[in-house]
Design a protein around this ligand. Sequence first.
Ligand SMILES: Cc1cc2nc3c(=O)[nH]c(=O)nc-3n(C[C@H](O)[C@H](O)[C@H](O)COP(=O)(O)O)c2cc1C
Length: 189
Amino acid sequence: MSIIAEIKSRRAIRDYDQRDVENEKIKTLLETATWAPNDRMREPWGFYVIKGEAKKRYEALANEYLQERFPTKPHLIESSLKALKTTPVHIIVTADIVPGDKEASLDNEYAVCCAVHSMWLAAKELGLGLVWRTRGVGLVRDARMFEFIGSPENKKIIGNLFIGYPDGEALKKAKAPARTSFEEKTVWL
Ligand SMILES: Cc1cc2nc3c(=O)[nH]c(=O)nc-3n(C[C@H](O)[C@H](O)[C@H](O)COP(=O)(O)O)c2cc1C
């Protein structure tokens, strides 16, 4: 296995087969996440798994959010809810806020981003598709999702990971978005 090849072939997968995702695989993703680098070993991550009955409650919440936010866009509401209903499992990932220490709190967010990337790569190895969402029905920036996970003290939601076995057809169609050459992004000083 080439780590470089794995990194380059990881893709955002948004369409899933309707099979259940085994809890063992979810646990492997979570365990992998905990090996991410993190400043001063604060291990600043938190995970909230949404499956089964909890998913129904999440869908109701998202419907409320969409109706409120896009009252004149029924098609958008429909497609957003479809994306949600066809996603077998979600993991909400949080970063610990260090009260009174903005820099440490920011470093915690960076560490959690590393953890999410690890989970994304691990999902690929496990045959799962994953996309990290922050916008729209991910509800990452909506107070409703924070309440949904129990309003944990001193935690900030970093992402909503949509996870499932990839839909075979969608996978065939998925193209790798082009990347700008590193040369355009790099200054050698
Ligand atoms: C912080 C972050 C937020 C993202 N938010 C969304 C999102 O809200 N909705 C979505 O469909 N994809 C989201 N993505 C996935 C990106 O759209 C995707 O990674 C990008 O198009 C590149 O494609 P690739 O991951 O297949 O290389 C997000 C990715 C990151 C890192």
